[in-house]
Design a protein around this ligand. Structure first.
Ligand SMILES: [Cu+2]
Length: 156
């Protein structure tokens, strides 16, 4: 079952590669990183993507850096007393072997902190992701319109 699911995911990753922008380092695949244009004066922006671990052991996304932000953090959304709050994921975001984790609005995401120049629609924001085992890879987050809920490549 897991192998079938993984095979299906790989087929999707390959067929969408022409329109999306995908990355691979070691056993880690990163599909279509995206972010949103920021309203004037905003200092933080979220980043989203699908991370797949094709290896046999767990890995972790432990850090994010970008020339466009003073620092990066890895966040999760949690419901506290009826209010959605975000907090840093302690110890990094685990990607289990053979599994995919989707970073998306309302869930896990990376956070660009103290952004110096707000993201504009259509820009590609460079960032380096660091994985505990797979190492570092530089990707580009495509900036969609303010308030977008999905990556453009995922719209049907
Ligand atoms: Cu956040």
């Amino acid at each position: 079952m897991r192998i079938a699911t993984l095979a299906a995911a790989l087929v999707i990753a390959v067929t969408s590669a022409a329109i999306a922008h995908d990355y691979r380092i070691g056993s880690i695949e990163i599909e279509a990183p995206w972010t949103r244009a920021m309203p004037p004066g905003a200092k933080v922006g979220g980043g989203f993507m699908v991370i797949t671990n094709t290896g046999n052991e767990a890995d972790r996304l432990i850090a994010l850096t970008s020339p466009r932000a003073a620092r990066g953090e890895i966040h999760e959304m949690t419901m506290q007393e009826g209010i959605m709050k975000m907090r840093e994921v302690a110890g990094g975001l685990e990607i289990a072997p053979g599994e995919s984790v989707e970073l998306k609005p309302g869930g896990y995401h990376v956070m660009f902190m103290d952004v110096t120049e707000g993201f504009r629609e259509g820009e590609r924001i460079p960032a380096t992701l660091m994985f505990e085992k797979a190492g570092e890879i530089t990707v580009e987050f495509v900036a969609t319109g303010v308030g977008a809920k999905q990556a453009p490549a995922h719209m049907h």
